[in-house]
Write a protein that binds this ligand. Sequence first.
Ligand SMILES: Cc1ncc(COP(=O)(O)O)c(C=O)c1O
Length: 721
Amino acid sequence: MPSDSWTSDQAYEPYIGRWSRLVAPRFLRWLPARPGAGWCDVGCGTGALARAIVDGERPRSVLGVDPSAAYLAAARGAGLGVAVGTATALPARDAAFDRVVSALVLNFVPRPDAALAEMRRVTRAGGWVGGYVWDYAEGMQLIRRFWDAATALDPAATELDEARRFPLCRPEPLRALFATGGLSDVDVEEIVVRTRFADFDDLWGPFLGGQGPAPGYCVALPPERRDALRERLRGTLPTASDGSITLTARAWAVRGRVPDPGPSERGAAVLRTAAALAISYAGSVDDRRVAPGADAVTALQGFDEALPEVGVDAERTLRLLHEVGGPATVASTGARYFGFVTGGTYPVALGSAWLAGAWDQNAALPVMSPVAARLHEVVRGWLVDLLRLPADTGIAFVTGATVANACGLAAGRDALLARMGWDAQADGLFGAPAFDVVVGERAHSTLSKSLGLVGLGRSRVIVVPADDQGRMRADRLPASVGPVLVCAQAGEVNTGAFDPFDEIADWAAGREGWLHVDGAFGLWARADPGRAELVAGLDRADSWATDGHKWLNVGYDCGLALVRRLPDLRRTFSTAAGYLPSADPQGAGGFEAMHHTPQSSQRARQIELWAVLRTLGRRGVAELVDRSCAVAMAIAERLRNGGLTVLNDVVLNQVLVRLVDGPTTDALIAAVQADGRIWCGPTTWDGSSAMRISVSSWRTGLDDAAVAADVILQCADRVSR
Ligand SMILES: Cc1ncc(COP(=O)(O)O)c(C=O)c1O
């Protein structure tokens, strides 16, 4: 039997290409339109259908797939990508396209059911699969008349007649193929085109091309039989007076939709994909460079695209995020990130955040989320207990310590002014009575930002000198008579040192004072009984700021603003509107977050805090703090023994080191960062560079301390040579 193979575009074009080109746009008009769709043309040949898609359908992309490289070379063109592949092994991932079509191919593949299954695989839910085939039995007159003539002369040719060979090319078999292939909305339609040949040679010539069943049979005949066939065929054709011959060609088009499981199941698939990708990231984080390499950062160009006119499939979007974004992350959830004071994220923090995200609760008011209001109360109670704060301490959840500081400072400001008979919320600060603001010399830079934000001024402060560890010197507190807002610190960002709270509180008490403590990470030391001395007097403050996202290892963003008397937050942040339930001053109906924070709508940060606190328990938090401090001390010890200068008393989770001098230390930091196994950042201490090592991830243990010390000492060795 002559070959069915279709590989040469020169032979295909005059024989079938010129007619199939007429069918393509009509077929496309019949498919449900979707501008911006991603298309795949299976068995694209010379690209008649694929080009009609490019020209008429405003596609996002078109991929032509064919086993023949020669066809693909002819098909390739503007807006049309090509790839070698077969109908039963398409080079595309699942659900990659919105429309998957094939022209005049389905009857040629050995297993049309397998081809259809493959086409369905690469089509997204709700997308369409379609195609068309010639009606060899009747409507494709050129081929019909050829086989009628051939079998009249040679009964054996009946075997080759495509009408016999391709029973699929009829409406019912096509419909059955698509319906049993699991497609919905299956439909079949006839498409008839006129085929006009200038003369008999125009019609006969392509049969001599040898490609396809009929030409293959034709060229295999001995010359005299071929001549006989030619004349027989000529006699059956309707030839006009000008010699032209007009026939018609009928194709059967078929289409079906990949069932769409509906928004719930589609959403579930998106979430499953996200979970799988997140789990794969989490599982690989320790095998990666801690800071991404230059290649991964350069590859972020993968995000540089114009806003898509028509939305892109959600799962594909997640995969892009994973593939391009994941490698360019800083592996701060791993065990060997010692930068800033960042912290990782406990699995239960991430997991509860996923669940909370699925709930999408607005925690602004109890009426909007009873569960958020309840968990707020539970977490408040636990934290007051764990951190040993006054029993009525109120807590509001905000974005981070910077905003938590601003909340405490604003509450203090308004409370002090209220005592002086001034309503700062009503009348603002213009003309308000003055009071002093006192800060330590080594207050965190963001405290200054918070002071500016609440109108107290970044520079209009009395700065108290610090000692060699960055602690505020109580003996240098000013002779201010008050009222005064004093900002102390639990955990200096370089040294981890704590201000002398008892002495500061004593000083403030005699001066109509409001004592605020920035304890972004250091406040958690209150949970570790072994560090009681460090944190003595901390409970005497009026307000505190801390973070969940640093040392407690919940995800970003999670800050905590705490006040000794909840009404002090309410005075500053309550609001009223006709459509809002009126603010309940007793908070009897549950905590009204929007009346105690700068935000109105807000996510329920307490959910992650609750999950982590419950999973760790009192003992777990204490162990977390103690373990981090032990790691910091172990690193400091090794570095000291290795010849580096440890600049701080390592009382907490911060280590401050210098190698020889500032410039050598800068070189050390650069070498450590380039090494990639760990990451530490720079700071300035006593006027020259130092390296900060901050231990705040739940995953970091003594093994990691050894790795960190090894890396730093190896790098120190290299830069000192
Ligand atoms: C002492 C101190 N205060 C405030 C902040 C600011 O915290 P956030 O980045 O959560 O706003 C930090 C951050 O490192 C800090 O260490």
